[in-house]
Design a protein around this ligand. Structure first.
Ligand code: NAD
Length: 330
């Protein structure tokens, strides 16, 4: 069993902890968070060994010594500081998208560059928006070549648990200048891709939506594009014919499906949005559940770093354990 230590027990850390314990080949040996609160107490009740750094100062290094690998899901920028302790103790670590790309040897999504991450000591699972974009752009680039991509990223303002960022009544240009950081982050995974993004923050907590236009190198039909995307692991379609025309219905479906924390691990494409604007240009609208989408990638990053499974094997095991859907939601 791979012994996993988790640093940070917020939106991402608590989901990674649960996902790790659902695998047959790894288990959580401890969790470190900043302060003692209700989530620490619930974690303890659920059998996790959670400690608060405010109360146990040496807790982080103790956990690092115990674990085979660390998943650092502390707030952006703290992982880079913690890296000193991982280096000192010669421990591998997975970082999250809030860290700079330079914190790790590779920026990662499982289907795009598992091979590049194989055996690496420091892997950065890219942000929710980047993961969502790469899952669609990588197969399109592989099968048709991408000449240029443009995405409007409509971002949720905060996660449901966060109160410090709200309440708000505004649409924030995030930032006003182009490009937003998302396209630059995509390029840390798909090197040299010609992509620009612009981002807006809106008063919602459920999901992000991306409005994506991709110009291809070669002509393609709608059927060919659909076939490429349907084969991609962790990409699913949602149909307006079945009543999906907003993020609310996707989250409601995840609740109805009995998903843990109503999580949607897949990149969702609104089926009827897929439109050929001309023979070489495709349009798509994507839904990204920011709290959940990077969770399967964290599990695969652990196996890649420790060379415990091939790409296909790891994706298959992770998908089965989390009940990840093929083709369509519902
Ligand atoms: P969060 O604020 O929900 O949780 C952070 C956790 O880290 C808390 O448990 C806190 O107690 C703990 N913490 C704070 N300071 C610490 C320290 N010095 N040492 C150890 N633990 C500390 O944050 P989050 O949303 O889970 O984000 C974690 C990382 O995941 C960030 O890099 C973020 O950019 C990335 N990410 C977040 C989302 C999202 O939508 N929330 C999506 C993808 C990636």
């Amino acid at each position: 069993m791979i012994k996993v230590g988790i640093i940070g027990y917020g939106t991402i850390g608590k989901r990674v902890a649960d996902a790790v314990n659902l695998q047959g080949d790894m288990k959580v040996v401890g969790v470190v968070k900043k302060s003692k609160d209700y989530s620490l107490e619930i974690g303890l009740k659920r059998g996790l060994n959670v400690v608060a750094l405010n109360e146990q100062r040496g807790g982080l290094e103790e956990l690092v010594k115990k674990a085979d690998i660390i998943v650092d899901a502390s707030p952006g920028g703290i992982g880079e500081k913690n890296k000193e302790i991982y280096l000192k103790n010669k421990k591998k670590a997975i970082f999250e998208g809030g860290e700079k790309a330079s914190v790790a040897e590779v920026s990662f999504t499982a289907s795009c560059n598992y091979g590049e991450a194989y055996g690496k000591n420091y892997i950065r699972v890219v942000s929710c928006n980047t993961t969502g974009l790469v899952r669609v752009l990588h197969p399109l680039n592989r099968d048709f070549g991408i000449r240029e991509a443009f995405a409007v990223v409509i971002r949720r303002a905060a996660d449901p648990k966060e109160t410090k960022r709200g309440p708000i009544n505004s649409i924030v240009l995030d930032p006003v200048t182009l490009p937003s950081h998302h396209s630059e982050d995509v390029k840390t995974v798909i090197k040299g891709l010609n992509i620009t993004t612009v981002a807006f923050k809106i008063p919602t907590t459920l999901m992000h939506v991306h409005s994506l236009r991709v110009s291809l190198e070669r002509e393609a039909s709608k059927e060919e594009i659909t076939e490429t995307l349907i084969k991609e692991p962790r990409v699913i379609f949602a149909s307006s014919e079945k009543g999906f025309n907003s993020t609310s219905q996707l989250i409601e479906a995840a609740r109805d499906l009995g998903r843990l924390r109503n999580d949607i691990y897949e990149t969702v494409i609104w089926k009827e949005s897929l439109t050929m604007l001309n023979k070489k240009t495709v349009y798509l609208t994507l839904g990204i559940h920011q709290e959940a989408i990077v969770i399967p990638e964290n599990i695969d990053a652990i196996r890649a770093s420790l060379k415990k499974a091939s790409k296909q094997e790891s994706i298959k095991r992770t998908n089965e354990s989390l009940g990840i859907l093929k083709e369509e939601i519902t």
